[in-house]
Design a protein around this ligand. Structure first.
Ligand code: ADP
Length: 268
């Protein structure tokens, strides 16, 4: 058995979204039979086959502790799978966590510039990248604010902007809106969908909320309890850009019901 996380630079995404078949040329992430056992013996994942193609927004739902964060850590290269192969065909990876992880002494602008700075971008280029990202997440006018002066939603927007400066081809989200109130979460869901349509990154998103998963995604993956295995997969047929009112349609409720059912069955 091998455990590889391969990365290779690729040119900017130019293929039309959702045009490529699963596992084909447009595949950015390809997990085959991935398992993860930590040195202390904990088995977090088993037999995970998962692809994310350009143009896809894939959301993973599963019970707490089933290995969702571990899956993202393997995708980002922070962790190596103990079995199987985990290939990621880009080095432009964005990663947003539940905690905005901002530096408290840096203002919005300086926080957003951080990753570009660590990546060695010159002052002019990173200022331009940060200004564009701040505009994109709707924080123009708050450049000089410190994290303590921002709401939770604004801190998360700052965190999103920081990753956007890298112009990611693959964007990993580890429950980014889990700590926010319902209204702020819904608003950020819409902002994220707008960014997805505009910037054309591929998304891999973790959440506890089945309705958030269905609303955001082109595909929802359901995981069992630990060790996490994929027990359900649902294509989401609603077109992008997504109309916020689809949340109130019977079709949406029906799909949420099906995903919830698979989640319950996988947790038995
Ligand atoms: P989730 O994101 O679904 O809540 P995680 O991926 O964080 O789950 O964790 C899956 C399981 O692996 C949990 O039981 C967790 O305690 C365990 N785990 C995570 N990281 C480590 C580690 N570095 N060493 C040992 N066990 C770990």
């Amino acid at each position: 058995m091998t455990s590889t996380t391969t990365t290779s630079p690729t040119p900017a995404a130019s293929a039309p979204p959702a045009a490529a078949p699963h596992g084909g040329q447009g595949t950015l992430l390809d997990f085959r039979d991935v398992a993860m056992q930590f040195p202390n013996g904990t088995v977090a994942l088993r037999g995970v086959d998962l692809t994310v193609d350009r143009g896809e927004f894939v959301t993973v739902v599963g019970p707490s502790g089933c290995g969702k964060s571990t899956l993202l850590r393997i995708a980002s290269g922070l962790e190596n799978a103990s079995e199987g192969t985990a290939e990621v065909d880009t080095d432009r990876i964005g990663y947003v966590f539940q905690d905005a992880t901002l530096l408290p002494w840096r203002n919005v602008e300086a926080n957003v510039e951080l990753l570009a700075e660590l990546n060695g971008l010159g002052a002019g280029a990173r200022r331009a990248a940060a200004a564009e990202a701040i505009e994109l997440v709707g924080l123009a006018g708050f450049e000089k604010s410190l994290p303590k002066e921002l709401s939770g939603g604004m801190r998360m927007r700052t965190s999103l902007a920081r990753s956007l400066t890298l112009d990611p081809e693959l964007f990993l989200f580890d429950e980014p809106f889990g700590a926010l109130d319902e209204i702020t979460r819904e608003r950020l869901n819409d902002e994220l969908l707008r960014l997805f349509v505009e910037k054309r990154f591929a998304g891999l998103f973790i959440t506890h909320s089945v309705s958030e998963a269905v609303y955001l995604s082109t595909r929802v993956i359901v995981m069992s309890g630990r060790p996490g295995a994929i027990v359900g997969e649902f294509d989401v047929p609603f077109p992008m850009p997504r109309d916020p009112d689809i949340r109130f349609t019977p079709e949406f409720a029906e799909l949420v019901g099906e995903v919830s059912h698979a989640l319950r069955e996988g947790h038995r």
